[in-house]
Every structure is written in structure tokens, then in C-alpha cells.
Write a protein that binds this ligand. Structure first.
Ligand SMILES: [Zn+2]
Length: 480
């Protein structure tokens, strides 16, 4: 008996249908390089599989590009579930070039068709690039250049490269999926409880190549008291929750793991040099609930599907919004019995990038945001947010329209009095700002006045210099 396609293919969610229509419209409007921005867990590969299979049914050739081995097989399975019959192109596996739908590993396609020229590149009218925030890499550029007449469709949750560089040279238009808040409200993702038990002094960590230097970050965070703090706060807030740790470096990660061992919690360390068998074993032990946590250095930041993970210890500072969003995305997937996930911020990432559900508008730009701008944002967010004195919950009173901690109900106190009005709190912040600005200007004026006296200038000189700097005269009583 043969089942009709429609009976076995799962139906798309309403927002996926809307997103598909928007992409179709963008292509109809003449855009050839489309970037589909949709959050992790929103099912963008399910949607793209449907688009790919429909294109093949309409007589087109489709090429699906991924950058990791396991993603080749994941895409193959997804396309089959959508009713497609793809061939895969990955070294070590047989390749059937006669198929109209090909899932290729970027590295293999590059090696076979560009570097060694042992195969013709597969023909394609539509090229789908998964995790397309990597598109600035030279292999991606070279492959995309093979298809000047095809429609390029890039998929990502974070349309900027890890270094923050925009993707404007690679795509013409961003077609956004639903906001993360909608996905949370509709139950497609689990909400996050933000706790900030300790943060390093980010102002002291130097920046190199657009992000906090890895070496300096590790130096700042890999200290016995801070590592101990990570473990004690985990016991306080996330004990026995399947936990992922993102560490600043290999020695930091190993120290965290051994500190967990001391309290009898089985955590494993993983980095890029860990043998594949050991990595696979640790991951499967974690997924089956036999170990409590995985501490890694740059391994699980994206792509890896670990829906059972319910707690995340962020122990590496980063200026990369892409890295932050991708990392937090790891714990937001739904899983039986998981009602929320907890983020334990030991690296100041919430100050740096805000809550993940904060409204974000993505643009196609060329340049990365400057570290100095990011530092300014950290200061601003630090000022406009509160970390509960009782339970370390991070919240933004203005957004909540309440001063009360959402987790424990504590009302913050200022000068010994409970601060219940958000407006009053904001006014007191503005007053503080004005006061410090006033003091800073006064200091500058006194320096100028001193300089004038020492050099025998006329009394008005300092006042004139002050006015040209700040646009107004100094108050009269400063003169005397
Ligand atoms: Zn609280």
C-alpha cells in the first residue's frame, strides 16, 4: 500500500507557513540571495526541507549545504521526512550525482569540485545554506560563486558572523521568522530563568580581534574561589539539572569538572582535542541522564541538538552576540518534563547582550560593532537592570513595570527604604547621572582655572574654554 505524501508529512506550524509565504514573495520580488532568520528550535530546517522538496517536484535542482558531518545526515533525514529522496556528498560515502536533490558537506564539495576538480559541482537552481552566518568564510564564498544564477537561501538564527561582521556582501534581504517572545508564548521554546551570581570585572579584560581575549578571560575566571562559586551556585539553583558549562579555556574547564567531582556530581570535560569516541560517549551518557553535566570549550555552541539540557553555566565572557545567542539557544528546546531552563551567568554575558527574548532587529551590514560600543552597552544595561539581593535573579524593572523580583518577590531597598516605583527608581538614576556629570564638569573647570592662573591668562579665559567644550558658561559661583 502506498501512502499519499500529505498523509505522512507533518503539517507546518502556522508561523512556518507565513514564513514560507514571505520567502516566496521575496523571491517573486526579484531577490536572489535571501537570508531566512529564524530562532533555534523554530524548525527552520523542517521548513527549508519542504521548500527544497517542492522545488524538486517542480523540476528544479536543489543543493543543500552544511558544514558538519552530523548535519549531513540530519538534513538527509529531514528531507526524507518531507518526502524527498536526496543523495549525499561527503567523503567516505558513495555519491549519486544523478539526483536532483543533493546534501553536501561544504568541505567535501570544496575539496572535490574546486580544489581537486575530481567532480563537477552539482547543478542547482536553489542553494540552501544551513548555519549561513559562516558564509563569510572563503570556502562558502567560493562555493556560492559557482552558482551565479541560482537562488541562494541562507538559514540562521543569528545573521552576523561570530566576529560580529555583517552579511551584507553575501545576502540581499533578511526575511525574519517570528520573534523569540512569540515562540516562548506559544510553547515552542522553554523560558529562561536568569541568575547572575558573580561576574568578572569586564572593564579589566582586554579585547583582541573584536572579543575579550581568550587568555585574559581565562586568567580572570580560572581562580579557585570563582570555580568554587560556580559549583556552589549550581547546587543552590540547578542541582541535578542536566547542565552544560561553557568555559574560558581548557584548564578552566578541567578545574570546574574536578570541583564538581568533589561534591559527587559527574561532569565531563570536552574540547576540540578530545577523541571522537570519548566525545560521543560523554554525549550519550549525558543524554541518557547517567552524568550530570558536560563542560566544554567551544564545542556545543551551535548545531548540536541536546534538548534535555536544562541548565547552562556561562563561564566565558564574550562580545559576540552571535556566540551568546547560539549558546543560550542550546537550553531552550522543549523536552518532556522541562518547563524552564536556567542560565547561571558567571561571565557578565547578560549585561553584555541582554536577555535572549529582548527584541532584536537584525540588519544586513558590512561591519562589526566596535568593542567600545559594546562596552558602553554593558554599562547602560548594568545601570538599568537589577540583580536580586536575595536570589541573584537578573531583571529589568522598566520592562516588567515592577521593582519586585520575579523569582522571590523581594523589593529592592534604597537608603533603607523599599523602592516600589519604577518611575521613582529611573528618576533617581537620572539624578545620579546629572550629579556625576556636574561634578566632572566642575573638576574640568577648576583645572582650566588653575592653568590660567599659572600662565597669567585673563580670568575669562577658563570660562571661554569651558563654553567652547560644553556649549554653556560655567555657573557663576565656580569662578570665585
Ligand atoms: Zn529574588
Amino acid at each position: 500500500m502506498e501512502l499519499a505524501g500529505q498523509d505522512v508529512i507533518p503539517t507546518l506550524r502556522p508561523y512556518q507557513v507565513e514564513l514560507r509565504d514571505r520567502l516566496t514573495q521575496a523571491a517573486a520580488d526579484g531577490h536572489r540571495r535571501l537570508l531566512c532568520q529564524s530562532w533555534m528550535g523554530s524548525g527552520k530546517t523542517v521548513l527549508a526541507s519542504r521548500i527544497a522538496v517542492d522545488a524538486v517536484k517542480n523540476g528544479k535542482n536543489v543543493l543543500w549545504l552544511v558544514h558538519r558531518r552530523e548535519l549531513v545526515f540530519q538534513a538527509d533525514a529531514e528531507l526524507r521526512a518531507a518526502g524527498g529522496d536526496p543523495a549525499i556528498m561527503i567523503s567516505g560515502d558513495p555519491y549519486d550525482s544523478s539526483k536532483s536533490l543533493i546534501v553536501a558537506s561544504i568541505q567535501t564539495l570544496y575539496a572535490w569540485c574546486i580544489r581537486r576538480k575530481k567532480e563537477d559541482h552539482p547543478p542547482a537552481n536553489l542553494v540552501i545554506t544551513d548555519e549561513c552566518h559562516h558564509a563569510t568564510a572563503s570556502t562558502y564564498v567560493a562555493i556560492h560563486e559557482l552558482y551565479p544564477d541560482a537562488i541562494l537561501l541562507g538559514l540562521t538564527a543569528t545573521p552576523m558572523s561570530k566576529s560580529g561582521k555583517g552579511l551584507a556582501s553575501h545576502y540581499d534581504i533578511i526575511v525574519p521568522g517570528p520573534p523569540i517572545k512569540t515562540l516562548l508564548d506559544d510553547g515552542y521554546l522553554v523560558p529562561i530563568d536568569y541568575r547572575v551570581p558573580s561576574i568578572p570585572d569586564l572593564a579589566k579584560i582586554k579585547v583582541s580581534a573584536g572579543d575579550f581575549s581568550a587568555q585574559e578571560s581565562e586568567k580572570a575566571l580560572d581562580r579557585p574561589e570563582l570555580v568554587g562559586d560556580i559549583v556552589s551556585n549550581w547546587t543552590r539553583f540547578a542541582a541535578n539539572q542536566p547542565t552544560l558549562v561553557f568555559s574560558s579555556g581548557i584548564s578552566h574547564s578541567r578545574n570546574i569538572v574536578s570541583e564538581f567531582k568533589k561534591i559527587g556530581a559527574d561532569f565531563r570535560h570536552i574540547d576540540a582535542k578530545t577523541p571522537k569516541s570519548e566525545r560521543d560517549e560523554a554525549l550519550s551518557l549525558f543524554k541518557s541522564g547517567k552524568i550530570s553535566g558536560l563542560s566544554n570549550v567551544g564545542i556545543y555552541t551551535e548545531g548540536t541538538d541536546i534538548p534535555c539540557a536544562a541548565a547552562l553555566i556561562f563561564a566565558r565572557p564574550t562580545m559576540s552576540e552571535c556566540l551568546y545567542l547560539q549558546t543560550v539557544g542550546r537550553i531552550m528546546r522543549t523536552f518532556p518534563g522541562k518547563e524552564k531552563a536556567i542560565l547561571l551567568d558567571h561571565a557578565g554575558v547578560v549585561y553584555t547582550h541582554g536577555k535572549i527574548e529582548e527584541e532584536r532587529n537584525f540588519y544586513l551590514t558590512h561591519n562589526a560593532e566596535k568593542p567600545v560600543e559594546i562596552r558602553k552597552r554593558i554599562i547602560k544595561r548594568k545601570k538599568l537592570s537589577i540583580i536580586c539581593k536575595q536570589c541573584d535573579t537578573y531583571y529589568e524593572p522598566k520592562e516588567r513595570k515592577s521593582m519586585v523580583c520575579p523569582s522571590c518577590g523581594y523589593t529592592p531597598e534604597i537608603n533603607g527604604k523599599p523602592m516600589s516605583s519604577v518611575q521613582g527608581w529611573l528618576t533617581s538614576l537620572t539624578a545620579k547621572d546629572k550629579e556625576s556629570e556636574y561634578n566632572a564638569r566642575k573638576k574640568i573647570f577648576y583645572k582650566l582655572k588653575n592653568y590660567a592662573t599659572l600662565n597669567g591668562y585673563k580670568p575669562g579665559w577658563a570660562a571661554c574654554r569651558f563654553k567652547s567644550k560644553f556649549g554653556s558658561w560655567p555657573p557663576w559661583h565656580w569662578w570665585h
